[in-house]
Design a protein around this ligand. Sequence first.
Ligand code: ATP
Ligand code: MG
Length: 555
Amino acid sequence: MQTSKSIPNDFIRQIIAEDLKISQVVTRFPPEPNGYLHIGHAKSICLNFDIATENAGRCYLRFDDTNPSKEDLEYVEAIKADIAWLGYSWTELRHSSDYFEQLNEYAIQLIKMNKAYVCSLTGEQIKQYRGTLKEPGENSPYRDRSVAENLEMFARMKAGEFADGEHVLRAKIDMAAPNINLRDPIIYRIKNLPHQMTGDKWCVYPMYDLTHCLSDAIEGVTHSLCTLEFEDHRPLYDWFLNVLQTPCHPKQIEFARLSLNYTVMSKRKLQELVENKLVSGWDDPRMPTLSGMRRRGYTPESIRDFCDRIGLTKNNTNIEMGVLENSIRSDLDPKTARVMAVLKPLRVVIENYPKESEQLDAPYHPNDPSMGSRQVTFSKVIYIEQDDFLEEPPKKFFRLAPGREVRLRYAYFITCQNVIKDENGEIVELRCTYDPATKGGSAPDGRKVKGTIHWVSAEHAVSAEVRLYDRLFNKPNPGTGGTDFKTALNPHSIEILPASKVEASLAHSKVGERFQFERQGYFCVDKDSAEKLVFNRTVTLRDSWAKIEKANKLS
Ligand code: ATP
Ligand code: MG
Protein backbone atom coordinates (compact mmCIF):
# COMPACT_ATOMS: atom_id res chain seq x y z
CA MET A 1 0.00 0.00 0.00
CA GLN A 2 1.09 3.56 -0.55
CA THR A 3 2.41 5.26 2.47
CA SER A 4 4.36 8.39 1.74
CA LYS A 5 2.37 9.93 -1.13
CA SER A 6 0.70 13.23 -0.50
CA ILE A 7 -3.08 13.11 -0.52
CA PRO A 8 -4.70 14.97 -3.40
CA ASN A 9 -7.36 17.55 -2.72
CA ASP A 10 -9.87 17.08 -5.53
CA PHE A 11 -13.57 17.75 -5.58
CA ILE A 12 -14.54 14.26 -4.50
CA ARG A 13 -12.24 14.38 -1.50
CA GLN A 14 -13.63 17.80 -0.57
CA ILE A 15 -17.21 16.51 -0.55
CA ILE A 16 -16.12 13.58 1.55
CA ALA A 17 -14.25 15.74 4.03
CA GLU A 18 -17.51 17.62 4.57
CA ASP A 19 -19.55 14.45 4.94
CA LEU A 20 -17.01 12.91 7.27
CA LYS A 21 -18.14 15.24 9.94
CA ILE A 22 -21.27 13.13 10.19
CA SER A 23 -20.27 9.55 9.50
CA GLN A 24 -17.55 6.99 8.80
CA VAL A 25 -16.69 6.71 5.13
CA VAL A 26 -17.79 3.52 3.40
CA THR A 27 -17.02 2.96 -0.28
CA ARG A 28 -17.25 -0.02 -2.59
CA PHE A 29 -15.74 -1.25 -5.79
CA PRO A 30 -18.54 -2.95 -7.75
CA PRO A 31 -17.26 -4.85 -10.80
CA GLU A 32 -19.52 -6.99 -12.88
CA PRO A 33 -17.77 -10.37 -13.19
CA ASN A 34 -18.14 -10.48 -16.96
CA GLY A 35 -14.50 -10.01 -17.90
CA TYR A 36 -11.07 -9.21 -16.57
CA LEU A 37 -10.24 -5.88 -14.98
CA HIS A 38 -8.52 -3.24 -17.09
CA ILE A 39 -6.49 -0.16 -16.29
CA GLY A 40 -9.71 1.90 -16.23
CA HIS A 41 -10.96 -0.22 -13.35
CA ALA A 42 -7.67 0.46 -11.58
CA LYS A 43 -8.60 4.14 -11.47
CA SER A 44 -11.83 3.28 -9.70
CA ILE A 45 -10.14 0.74 -7.41
CA CYS A 46 -7.47 3.23 -6.31
CA LEU A 47 -10.09 5.90 -5.72
CA ASN A 48 -12.43 3.77 -3.65
CA PHE A 49 -9.82 1.94 -1.61
CA ASP A 50 -7.59 4.98 -1.05
CA ILE A 51 -10.49 7.13 0.10
CA ALA A 52 -11.52 4.50 2.60
CA THR A 53 -7.93 4.22 3.88
CA GLU A 54 -7.40 7.97 4.04
CA ASN A 55 -10.50 8.29 6.20
CA ALA A 56 -10.08 5.16 8.30
CA GLY A 57 -13.22 3.89 6.63
CA ARG A 58 -14.25 0.68 4.92
CA CYS A 59 -14.25 -0.42 1.31
CA TYR A 60 -16.22 -3.39 0.07
CA LEU A 61 -15.51 -5.47 -2.96
CA ARG A 62 -18.93 -6.19 -4.36
CA PHE A 63 -19.50 -8.35 -7.38
CA ASP A 64 -22.37 -6.85 -9.27
CA ASP A 65 -23.59 -10.22 -10.44
CA THR A 66 -27.13 -9.72 -11.65
CA ASN A 67 -26.75 -11.06 -15.17
CA PRO A 68 -26.02 -14.79 -15.08
CA SER A 69 -25.81 -15.04 -18.86
CA LYS A 70 -22.56 -13.08 -19.02
CA GLU A 71 -20.91 -13.81 -15.72
CA ASP A 72 -18.47 -16.46 -14.71
CA LEU A 73 -16.51 -17.62 -11.67
CA GLU A 74 -13.32 -17.46 -13.70
CA TYR A 75 -13.80 -13.69 -13.79
CA VAL A 76 -14.60 -13.52 -10.09
CA GLU A 77 -11.29 -15.19 -9.23
CA ALA A 78 -9.33 -13.10 -11.72
CA ILE A 79 -10.80 -9.87 -10.35
CA LYS A 80 -9.95 -10.81 -6.77
CA ALA A 81 -6.39 -11.69 -7.79
CA ASP A 82 -5.95 -8.42 -9.66
CA ILE A 83 -7.16 -6.25 -6.78
CA ALA A 84 -4.93 -8.09 -4.32
CA TRP A 85 -2.01 -7.71 -6.72
CA LEU A 86 -2.62 -3.96 -6.88
CA GLY A 87 -2.08 -3.97 -3.14
CA TYR A 88 -5.59 -3.51 -1.81
CA SER A 89 -7.62 -5.56 0.59
CA TRP A 90 -11.35 -5.25 0.91
CA THR A 91 -13.08 -4.98 4.26
CA GLU A 92 -15.56 -7.59 3.11
CA LEU A 93 -16.40 -9.47 -0.02
CA ARG A 94 -20.03 -9.15 -1.10
CA HIS A 95 -22.17 -10.02 -4.08
CA SER A 96 -25.27 -8.27 -5.29
CA SER A 97 -26.68 -11.78 -5.38
CA ASP A 98 -26.30 -11.92 -1.57
CA TYR A 99 -29.15 -9.42 -1.56
CA PHE A 100 -31.52 -11.10 -4.01
CA GLU A 101 -33.93 -11.90 -1.20
CA GLN A 102 -33.93 -8.33 0.11
CA LEU A 103 -34.16 -6.87 -3.37
CA ASN A 104 -37.15 -9.06 -4.02
CA GLU A 105 -38.78 -7.74 -0.87
CA TYR A 106 -38.06 -4.18 -1.88
CA ALA A 107 -39.65 -4.89 -5.26
CA ILE A 108 -42.77 -6.26 -3.58
CA GLN A 109 -42.83 -3.17 -1.40
CA LEU A 110 -42.77 -1.00 -4.53
CA ILE A 111 -45.66 -2.98 -5.98
CA LYS A 112 -47.63 -2.59 -2.78
CA MET A 113 -47.00 1.14 -2.82
CA ASN A 114 -48.31 1.14 -6.40
CA LYS A 115 -44.85 2.25 -7.53
CA ALA A 116 -44.11 -0.78 -9.68
CA TYR A 117 -46.09 -2.90 -12.13
CA VAL A 118 -45.74 -5.97 -14.27
CA CYS A 119 -45.60 -4.96 -17.92
CA SER A 120 -46.33 -7.47 -20.65
CA LEU A 121 -45.23 -5.46 -23.66
CA THR A 122 -42.47 -7.01 -25.74
CA GLY A 123 -38.98 -5.55 -25.53
CA GLU A 124 -39.51 -3.93 -28.90
CA GLN A 125 -42.80 -2.34 -27.81
CA ILE A 126 -41.27 -1.08 -24.59
CA LYS A 127 -38.68 0.71 -26.67
CA GLN A 128 -41.35 2.27 -28.89
CA TYR A 129 -43.40 3.42 -25.90
CA ARG A 130 -40.37 4.98 -24.31
CA GLY A 131 -40.34 8.02 -26.62
CA THR A 132 -37.22 9.94 -27.55
CA LEU A 133 -35.12 12.76 -26.20
CA LYS A 134 -37.51 15.20 -27.89
CA GLU A 135 -40.81 13.40 -27.39
CA PRO A 136 -42.38 12.10 -24.22
CA GLY A 137 -43.11 8.39 -23.90
CA GLU A 138 -46.51 6.77 -23.70
CA ASN A 139 -47.97 4.86 -20.80
CA SER A 140 -47.90 1.11 -21.12
CA PRO A 141 -51.39 -0.43 -21.38
CA TYR A 142 -50.37 -2.57 -18.37
CA ARG A 143 -49.50 0.41 -16.22
CA ASP A 144 -52.80 0.39 -14.37
CA ARG A 145 -52.83 -3.22 -13.32
CA SER A 146 -54.09 -3.48 -9.76
CA VAL A 147 -51.70 -4.02 -6.91
CA ALA A 148 -53.22 -7.47 -6.37
CA GLU A 149 -52.73 -8.45 -9.99
CA ASN A 150 -49.17 -7.14 -10.01
CA LEU A 151 -48.35 -9.12 -6.86
CA GLU A 152 -49.80 -12.23 -8.41
CA MET A 153 -48.05 -11.72 -11.75
CA PHE A 154 -44.70 -11.04 -10.08
CA ALA A 155 -45.12 -14.18 -7.97
CA ARG A 156 -45.82 -16.19 -11.13
CA MET A 157 -42.77 -14.65 -12.82
CA LYS A 158 -40.68 -15.87 -9.89
CA ALA A 159 -42.34 -19.26 -9.95
CA GLY A 160 -40.96 -19.84 -13.42
CA GLU A 161 -44.28 -19.83 -15.25
CA PHE A 162 -43.08 -17.61 -18.08
CA ALA A 163 -40.47 -17.55 -20.77
CA ASP A 164 -37.67 -14.98 -20.89
CA GLY A 165 -38.99 -11.59 -21.91
CA GLU A 166 -42.69 -12.41 -21.56
CA HIS A 167 -43.11 -9.97 -18.68
CA VAL A 168 -40.98 -7.48 -16.79
CA LEU A 169 -41.40 -5.55 -13.59
CA ARG A 170 -41.16 -1.80 -14.08
CA ALA A 171 -40.95 1.12 -11.69
CA LYS A 172 -43.93 3.45 -12.09
CA ILE A 173 -42.41 6.90 -12.34
CA ASP A 174 -43.20 9.19 -15.27
CA MET A 175 -43.37 8.32 -18.96
CA ALA A 176 -43.05 12.01 -19.81
CA ALA A 177 -39.95 12.66 -17.71
CA PRO A 178 -37.34 14.61 -19.70
CA ASN A 179 -34.76 12.15 -18.33
CA ILE A 180 -35.48 8.94 -20.21
CA ASN A 181 -34.09 6.87 -17.36
CA LEU A 182 -37.13 7.84 -15.33
CA ARG A 183 -39.63 6.61 -17.92
CA ASP A 184 -40.76 3.54 -16.01
CA PRO A 185 -37.43 1.70 -16.07
CA ILE A 186 -37.38 -2.09 -15.99
CA ILE A 187 -36.34 -3.33 -12.56
CA TYR A 188 -36.76 -7.10 -12.85
CA ARG A 189 -36.57 -9.39 -15.83
CA ILE A 190 -37.08 -13.08 -16.39
CA LYS A 191 -34.00 -15.14 -17.18
CA ASN A 192 -34.49 -18.84 -16.97
CA LEU A 193 -30.86 -19.42 -16.23
CA PRO A 194 -28.99 -20.72 -13.21
CA HIS A 195 -26.78 -18.22 -11.42
CA GLN A 196 -23.17 -18.91 -10.44
CA MET A 197 -23.92 -18.07 -6.81
CA THR A 198 -27.61 -18.81 -6.27
CA GLY A 199 -28.00 -21.79 -8.56
CA ASP A 200 -31.59 -22.46 -9.62
CA LYS A 201 -33.17 -20.43 -6.87
CA TRP A 202 -34.17 -17.50 -9.06
CA CYS A 203 -35.45 -17.09 -12.57
CA VAL A 204 -36.01 -13.36 -12.22
CA TYR A 205 -33.04 -11.06 -11.83
CA PRO A 206 -32.95 -7.42 -10.72
CA MET A 207 -31.64 -4.74 -13.07
CA TYR A 208 -28.65 -2.51 -12.37
CA ASP A 209 -30.58 0.63 -11.38
CA LEU A 210 -32.56 -1.13 -8.67
CA THR A 211 -29.70 -3.30 -7.50
CA HIS A 212 -26.97 -0.78 -7.25
CA CYS A 213 -28.54 1.84 -5.02
CA LEU A 214 -30.12 -0.76 -2.75
CA SER A 215 -26.91 -2.78 -2.43
CA ASP A 216 -25.12 0.45 -1.52
CA ALA A 217 -27.78 1.24 1.07
CA ILE A 218 -27.74 -2.27 2.54
CA GLU A 219 -23.98 -2.08 2.98
CA GLY A 220 -24.14 1.37 4.53
CA VAL A 221 -22.06 2.86 1.73
CA THR A 222 -21.69 6.59 2.28
CA HIS A 223 -20.22 7.56 -1.09
CA SER A 224 -21.05 5.65 -4.22
CA LEU A 225 -18.36 6.71 -6.67
CA CYS A 226 -19.01 5.92 -10.29
CA THR A 227 -18.19 7.07 -13.78
CA LEU A 228 -19.90 9.95 -15.58
CA GLU A 229 -22.25 7.84 -17.66
CA PHE A 230 -24.22 7.21 -14.47
CA GLU A 231 -24.90 10.90 -13.94
CA ASP A 232 -28.24 10.61 -15.73
CA HIS A 233 -29.10 7.63 -13.56
CA ARG A 234 -28.59 9.54 -10.35
CA PRO A 235 -32.23 10.78 -10.16
CA LEU A 236 -33.28 7.16 -10.39
CA TYR A 237 -30.74 6.12 -7.77
CA ASP A 238 -32.21 8.73 -5.44
CA TRP A 239 -35.81 7.91 -6.39
CA PHE A 240 -35.56 4.30 -5.23
CA LEU A 241 -33.86 5.23 -1.98
CA ASN A 242 -36.40 7.98 -1.25
CA VAL A 243 -39.46 5.94 -2.09
CA LEU A 244 -38.25 2.88 -0.21
CA GLN A 245 -36.98 4.88 2.77
CA THR A 246 -33.86 2.79 3.14
CA PRO A 247 -31.92 2.99 6.41
CA CYS A 248 -29.28 5.13 4.74
CA HIS A 249 -29.05 7.16 1.58
CA PRO A 250 -25.61 6.95 -0.03
CA LYS A 251 -24.42 9.85 -2.13
CA GLN A 252 -23.62 9.05 -5.73
CA ILE A 253 -20.70 11.08 -7.11
CA GLU A 254 -19.53 10.75 -10.69
CA PHE A 255 -16.03 11.18 -12.11
CA ALA A 256 -14.58 10.88 -15.60
CA ARG A 257 -13.69 7.40 -16.72
CA LEU A 258 -10.18 6.71 -17.86
CA SER A 259 -9.62 6.29 -21.55
CA LEU A 260 -6.20 5.73 -22.98
CA ASN A 261 -5.05 6.45 -26.50
CA TYR A 262 -4.39 3.56 -28.86
CA THR A 263 -6.35 1.00 -26.91
CA VAL A 264 -9.92 0.07 -26.01
CA MET A 265 -11.24 -0.11 -22.51
CA SER A 266 -14.51 -1.91 -22.63
CA LYS A 267 -14.77 -5.45 -21.38
CA ARG A 268 -17.07 -6.30 -24.26
CA LYS A 269 -14.48 -5.21 -26.81
CA LEU A 270 -11.61 -6.85 -24.95
CA GLN A 271 -13.64 -10.04 -24.86
CA GLU A 272 -14.17 -9.80 -28.60
CA LEU A 273 -10.40 -9.70 -29.07
CA VAL A 274 -9.99 -12.77 -26.88
CA GLU A 275 -12.81 -14.73 -28.48
CA ASN A 276 -11.67 -13.99 -31.99
CA LYS A 277 -8.13 -14.98 -31.02
CA LEU A 278 -6.81 -11.60 -32.09
CA VAL A 279 -4.76 -11.68 -28.89
CA SER A 280 -3.46 -14.71 -27.00
CA GLY A 281 -5.85 -14.25 -24.07
CA TRP A 282 -7.03 -11.78 -21.43
CA ASP A 283 -3.45 -11.66 -20.18
CA ASP A 284 -1.85 -11.01 -23.56
CA PRO A 285 0.87 -8.48 -22.72
CA ARG A 286 -0.60 -6.06 -25.27
CA MET A 287 -3.94 -5.93 -23.50
CA PRO A 288 -4.83 -3.01 -21.19
CA THR A 289 -6.03 -5.57 -18.65
CA LEU A 290 -4.31 -5.70 -15.29
CA SER A 291 -3.38 -9.33 -15.95
CA GLY A 292 -1.89 -8.40 -19.32
CA MET A 293 0.01 -5.49 -17.85
CA ARG A 294 1.26 -7.67 -15.01
CA ARG A 295 2.52 -10.26 -17.47
CA ARG A 296 4.16 -7.54 -19.49
CA GLY A 297 6.06 -6.42 -16.42
CA TYR A 298 4.05 -3.51 -15.03
CA THR A 299 4.29 -3.20 -11.26
CA PRO A 300 1.36 -2.43 -8.95
CA GLU A 301 3.26 0.65 -7.75
CA SER A 302 3.48 2.01 -11.28
CA ILE A 303 -0.24 1.58 -11.87
CA ARG A 304 -1.13 3.27 -8.60
CA ASP A 305 1.29 6.06 -9.43
CA PHE A 306 -0.35 6.44 -12.82
CA CYS A 307 -3.80 6.69 -11.23
CA ASP A 308 -2.45 9.42 -8.95
CA ARG A 309 -0.90 11.31 -11.82
CA ILE A 310 -4.03 11.41 -13.96
CA GLY A 311 -6.14 12.63 -11.06
CA LEU A 312 -9.91 13.05 -11.02
CA THR A 313 -12.01 15.29 -13.19
CA LYS A 314 -15.55 15.73 -14.42
CA ASN A 315 -14.54 15.78 -18.11
CA ASN A 316 -13.85 12.71 -20.18
CA THR A 317 -10.45 13.04 -21.81
CA ASN A 318 -8.04 10.69 -23.46
CA ILE A 319 -4.80 10.09 -21.62
CA GLU A 320 -1.63 9.62 -23.63
CA MET A 321 -0.02 6.21 -23.40
CA GLY A 322 3.20 8.06 -22.60
CA VAL A 323 1.88 8.97 -19.15
CA LEU A 324 1.47 5.31 -18.30
CA GLU A 325 4.89 4.52 -19.73
CA ASN A 326 6.49 7.21 -17.62
CA SER A 327 4.98 5.73 -14.49
CA ILE A 328 6.48 2.33 -15.13
CA ARG A 329 9.85 3.79 -16.14
CA SER A 330 10.17 5.88 -13.04
CA ASP A 331 9.18 2.96 -10.86
CA LEU A 332 11.59 0.50 -12.46
CA ASP A 333 14.57 2.80 -12.98
CA PRO A 334 15.85 2.90 -9.40
CA LYS A 335 15.17 -0.72 -8.56
CA THR A 336 15.89 -2.78 -11.65
CA ALA A 337 19.17 -4.51 -12.39
CA ARG A 338 20.94 -3.60 -15.62
CA VAL A 339 22.09 -6.56 -17.69
CA MET A 340 23.15 -7.13 -21.28
CA ALA A 341 21.13 -8.93 -23.91
CA VAL A 342 21.52 -8.94 -27.66
CA LEU A 343 18.15 -9.12 -29.35
CA LYS A 344 19.30 -9.54 -32.96
CA PRO A 345 22.81 -11.01 -32.78
CA LEU A 346 25.64 -10.28 -35.16
CA ARG A 347 28.79 -12.38 -34.65
CA VAL A 348 32.01 -10.53 -33.97
CA VAL A 349 35.43 -12.21 -33.86
CA ILE A 350 38.11 -10.30 -32.01
CA GLU A 351 41.12 -11.45 -33.93
CA ASN A 352 43.90 -10.27 -31.65
CA TYR A 353 42.28 -11.40 -28.40
CA PRO A 354 44.85 -13.84 -27.03
CA LYS A 355 42.87 -15.65 -24.36
CA GLU A 356 39.88 -17.94 -24.36
CA SER A 357 37.91 -15.68 -22.05
CA GLU A 358 38.04 -13.50 -18.94
CA GLN A 359 35.67 -12.24 -16.28
CA LEU A 360 34.83 -8.56 -16.12
CA ASP A 361 33.08 -6.82 -13.30
CA ALA A 362 29.80 -5.13 -14.21
CA PRO A 363 27.68 -3.23 -11.67
CA TYR A 364 23.95 -3.93 -11.64
CA HIS A 365 23.02 -0.29 -11.33
CA PRO A 366 24.91 2.84 -12.39
CA ASN A 367 23.66 4.91 -9.44
CA ASP A 368 23.11 2.35 -6.75
CA PRO A 369 26.24 0.48 -5.62
CA SER A 370 24.16 -1.36 -3.02
CA MET A 371 22.72 -3.43 -5.84
CA GLY A 372 26.16 -4.99 -6.29
CA SER A 373 27.71 -6.35 -9.44
CA ARG A 374 28.21 -9.55 -11.35
CA GLN A 375 30.92 -10.98 -13.56
CA VAL A 376 30.34 -10.97 -17.29
CA THR A 377 32.41 -13.25 -19.46
CA PHE A 378 34.31 -11.64 -22.29
CA SER A 379 35.73 -13.85 -25.02
CA LYS A 380 37.14 -13.96 -28.50
CA VAL A 381 33.76 -14.38 -30.16
CA ILE A 382 30.94 -12.13 -29.06
CA TYR A 383 27.56 -11.01 -30.33
CA ILE A 384 26.57 -7.42 -30.82
CA GLU A 385 23.27 -6.00 -32.02
CA GLN A 386 22.86 -6.10 -35.82
CA ASP A 387 21.62 -2.52 -35.60
CA ASP A 388 24.85 -1.42 -33.98
CA PHE A 389 26.80 -1.90 -37.17
CA LEU A 390 26.40 -0.08 -40.46
CA GLU A 391 28.65 -0.54 -43.42
CA GLU A 392 27.91 2.95 -44.62
CA PRO A 393 27.12 4.95 -41.53
CA PRO A 394 25.19 8.20 -41.93
CA LYS A 395 26.46 11.32 -40.19
CA LYS A 396 25.04 10.90 -36.73
CA PHE A 397 25.63 7.18 -36.43
CA PHE A 398 28.31 6.75 -33.75
CA ARG A 399 28.27 3.00 -33.41
CA LEU A 400 30.37 0.41 -35.20
CA ALA A 401 31.37 0.82 -38.86
CA PRO A 402 34.32 -0.31 -40.97
CA GLY A 403 37.52 1.15 -39.55
CA ARG A 404 35.60 2.71 -36.65
CA GLU A 405 36.43 2.25 -32.96
CA VAL A 406 33.70 1.89 -30.31
CA ARG A 407 33.54 0.94 -26.65
CA LEU A 408 32.10 -2.38 -25.55
CA ARG A 409 30.22 -1.74 -22.34
CA TYR A 410 32.27 -2.80 -19.26
CA ALA A 411 35.01 -4.17 -21.56
CA TYR A 412 37.32 -2.76 -24.23
CA PHE A 413 37.50 -0.54 -27.27
CA ILE A 414 37.24 -2.53 -30.47
CA THR A 415 37.84 -1.51 -34.07
CA CYS A 416 36.12 -3.07 -37.05
CA GLN A 417 38.67 -4.38 -39.53
CA ASN A 418 36.67 -6.57 -41.87
CA VAL A 419 33.12 -7.39 -42.88
CA ILE A 420 32.39 -11.00 -43.83
CA LYS A 421 29.40 -11.65 -46.09
CA ASP A 422 27.68 -14.75 -47.38
CA GLU A 423 27.03 -15.52 -51.05
CA ASN A 424 23.88 -13.34 -50.96
CA GLY A 425 25.82 -10.36 -49.75
CA GLU A 426 24.36 -10.58 -46.22
CA ILE A 427 26.70 -9.65 -43.41
CA VAL A 428 27.43 -12.74 -41.32
CA GLU A 429 30.38 -11.72 -39.22
CA LEU A 430 32.65 -8.84 -38.35
CA ARG A 431 36.37 -9.15 -37.78
CA CYS A 432 37.60 -6.71 -35.18
CA THR A 433 40.66 -5.98 -33.09
CA TYR A 434 40.65 -4.81 -29.50
CA ASP A 435 42.98 -2.58 -27.52
CA PRO A 436 44.02 -4.36 -24.30
CA ALA A 437 44.94 -0.99 -22.76
CA THR A 438 41.29 0.10 -22.80
CA LYS A 439 40.05 -2.46 -20.29
CA GLY A 440 37.20 -1.00 -18.26
CA GLY A 441 36.21 1.37 -21.03
CA SER A 442 38.75 4.18 -21.24
CA ALA A 443 42.01 4.69 -23.08
CA PRO A 444 45.13 5.68 -21.15
CA ASP A 445 46.13 8.03 -23.98
CA GLY A 446 42.87 9.88 -23.50
CA ARG A 447 41.47 9.10 -26.94
CA LYS A 448 37.71 9.11 -27.09
CA VAL A 449 35.15 6.99 -28.83
CA LYS A 450 31.67 8.25 -29.54
CA GLY A 451 29.75 5.02 -29.28
CA THR A 452 29.25 2.47 -26.51
CA ILE A 453 27.48 -0.73 -27.40
CA HIS A 454 26.39 -3.81 -25.48
CA TRP A 455 27.43 -7.36 -26.23
CA VAL A 456 27.40 -10.93 -24.93
CA SER A 457 29.97 -13.69 -25.23
CA ALA A 458 28.88 -16.12 -27.95
CA GLU A 459 29.90 -19.19 -26.06
CA HIS A 460 28.62 -18.14 -22.65
CA ALA A 461 25.38 -16.39 -23.53
CA VAL A 462 22.02 -18.02 -23.01
CA SER A 463 19.54 -18.35 -25.86
CA ALA A 464 16.24 -16.60 -25.34
CA GLU A 465 13.15 -15.42 -27.13
CA VAL A 466 12.39 -11.75 -26.80
CA ARG A 467 8.96 -10.31 -27.50
CA LEU A 468 8.70 -6.65 -28.34
CA TYR A 469 5.37 -4.90 -28.18
CA ASP A 470 3.91 -1.89 -29.83
CA ARG A 471 0.49 -0.31 -29.43
CA LEU A 472 -2.35 -2.75 -29.94
CA PHE A 473 -4.14 -0.32 -32.24
CA ASN A 474 -2.78 2.11 -34.76
CA LYS A 475 -5.52 4.71 -34.26
CA PRO A 476 -5.75 6.85 -31.11
CA ASN A 477 -9.48 6.15 -30.77
CA PRO A 478 -10.21 2.77 -32.35
CA GLY A 479 -13.78 2.32 -33.49
CA THR A 480 -14.77 5.95 -33.75
CA GLY A 481 -16.57 7.28 -36.79
CA GLY A 482 -18.72 4.18 -37.13
CA THR A 483 -15.82 1.84 -37.91
CA ASP A 484 -15.31 -1.57 -36.36
CA PHE A 485 -12.66 -1.07 -33.69
CA LYS A 486 -10.98 -4.28 -34.82
CA THR A 487 -10.06 -2.75 -38.17
CA ALA A 488 -7.70 -0.45 -36.27
CA LEU A 489 -5.64 -3.33 -34.86
CA ASN A 490 -1.94 -2.76 -35.35
CA PRO A 491 -0.56 -5.72 -37.35
CA HIS A 492 2.88 -4.97 -35.94
CA SER A 493 1.90 -4.90 -32.29
CA ILE A 494 4.15 -7.86 -31.52
CA GLU A 495 7.58 -8.69 -32.83
CA ILE A 496 9.09 -12.00 -31.81
CA LEU A 497 12.86 -12.32 -31.77
CA PRO A 498 13.52 -16.04 -31.32
CA ALA A 499 17.31 -15.94 -31.66
CA SER A 500 18.20 -13.51 -28.91
CA LYS A 501 21.12 -14.03 -26.55
CA VAL A 502 21.21 -12.89 -22.94
CA GLU A 503 24.16 -12.79 -20.56
CA ALA A 504 24.85 -15.94 -18.54
CA SER A 505 23.76 -14.40 -15.24
CA LEU A 506 20.14 -14.60 -16.47
CA ALA A 507 20.22 -18.37 -16.99
CA HIS A 508 18.07 -19.17 -13.96
CA SER A 509 15.70 -16.21 -14.05
CA LYS A 510 12.23 -16.81 -12.66
CA VAL A 511 8.91 -15.99 -14.29
CA GLY A 512 8.01 -12.40 -13.42
CA GLU A 513 11.60 -11.27 -12.77
CA ARG A 514 12.40 -7.89 -14.23
CA PHE A 515 15.58 -6.54 -15.79
CA GLN A 516 16.74 -3.60 -17.71
CA PHE A 517 18.44 -4.81 -20.87
CA GLU A 518 20.89 -2.02 -21.43
CA ARG A 519 19.79 0.28 -24.25
CA GLN A 520 16.75 -1.89 -25.02
CA GLY A 521 14.30 -1.25 -22.25
CA TYR A 522 12.78 -3.01 -19.28
CA PHE A 523 11.95 -6.68 -19.64
CA CYS A 524 10.10 -9.27 -17.65
CA VAL A 525 10.36 -13.06 -17.79
CA ASP A 526 7.22 -14.50 -19.37
CA LYS A 527 5.28 -17.52 -18.17
CA ASP A 528 5.93 -19.19 -21.54
CA SER A 529 9.55 -19.73 -20.49
CA ALA A 530 10.20 -23.46 -20.57
CA GLU A 531 13.15 -24.86 -22.49
CA LYS A 532 13.99 -21.35 -23.49
CA LEU A 533 13.67 -18.13 -21.52
CA VAL A 534 11.05 -15.77 -22.93
CA PHE A 535 11.24 -12.07 -22.16
CA ASN A 536 8.54 -9.46 -22.67
CA ARG A 537 9.58 -5.90 -23.19
CA THR A 538 7.61 -3.88 -20.67
CA VAL A 539 8.64 -0.51 -22.03
CA THR A 540 11.49 1.03 -23.94
CA LEU A 541 14.04 3.29 -22.30
CA ARG A 542 13.98 6.91 -23.01
CA ASP A 543 17.02 9.08 -22.93
CA SER A 544 18.75 6.89 -20.42
CA TRP A 545 21.29 5.68 -22.93
CA ALA A 546 22.08 9.23 -23.84
CA LYS A 547 22.87 9.78 -20.18
CA ILE A 548 25.18 6.76 -20.01
CA GLU A 549 27.02 7.94 -23.08
CA LYS A 550 27.42 11.35 -21.53
CA ALA A 551 28.70 9.82 -18.30
CA ASN A 552 31.19 7.70 -20.22
CA LYS A 553 32.44 10.72 -22.10
CA LEU A 554 32.97 12.52 -18.84
CA SER A 555 34.78 9.60 -17.22
P1 ATP B 1 -16.64 -1.89 -19.12
O1 ATP B 1 -17.37 -1.00 -20.05
O2 ATP B 1 -15.17 -1.89 -19.32
O3 ATP B 1 -17.21 -3.27 -19.06
P2 ATP B 1 -18.05 -1.33 -16.76
O4 ATP B 1 -18.32 -0.01 -16.20
O5 ATP B 1 -19.17 -2.05 -17.41
O6 ATP B 1 -16.81 -1.22 -17.71
P3 ATP B 1 -17.92 -2.66 -14.28
O7 ATP B 1 -17.39 -3.99 -13.96
O8 ATP B 1 -19.37 -2.45 -14.19
O9 ATP B 1 -17.41 -2.30 -15.73
O10 ATP B 1 -17.13 -1.54 -13.49
C1 ATP B 1 -16.81 -1.59 -12.13
C2 ATP B 1 -16.44 -0.21 -11.69
O11 ATP B 1 -15.32 0.27 -12.43
C3 ATP B 1 -17.56 0.76 -11.95
O12 ATP B 1 -17.74 1.56 -10.79
C4 ATP B 1 -17.10 1.59 -13.10
O13 ATP B 1 -17.60 2.89 -13.03
C5 ATP B 1 -15.59 1.54 -12.95
N1 ATP B 1 -14.95 1.69 -14.25
C6 ATP B 1 -15.13 0.93 -15.33
N2 ATP B 1 -14.40 1.39 -16.38
C7 ATP B 1 -13.74 2.48 -15.92
C8 ATP B 1 -12.83 3.42 -16.52
N3 ATP B 1 -12.46 3.31 -17.79
N4 ATP B 1 -12.36 4.42 -15.75
C9 ATP B 1 -12.71 4.51 -14.46
N5 ATP B 1 -13.56 3.68 -13.84
C10 ATP B 1 -14.08 2.67 -14.56
MG1 MG C 1 -20.85 -2.80 -16.68
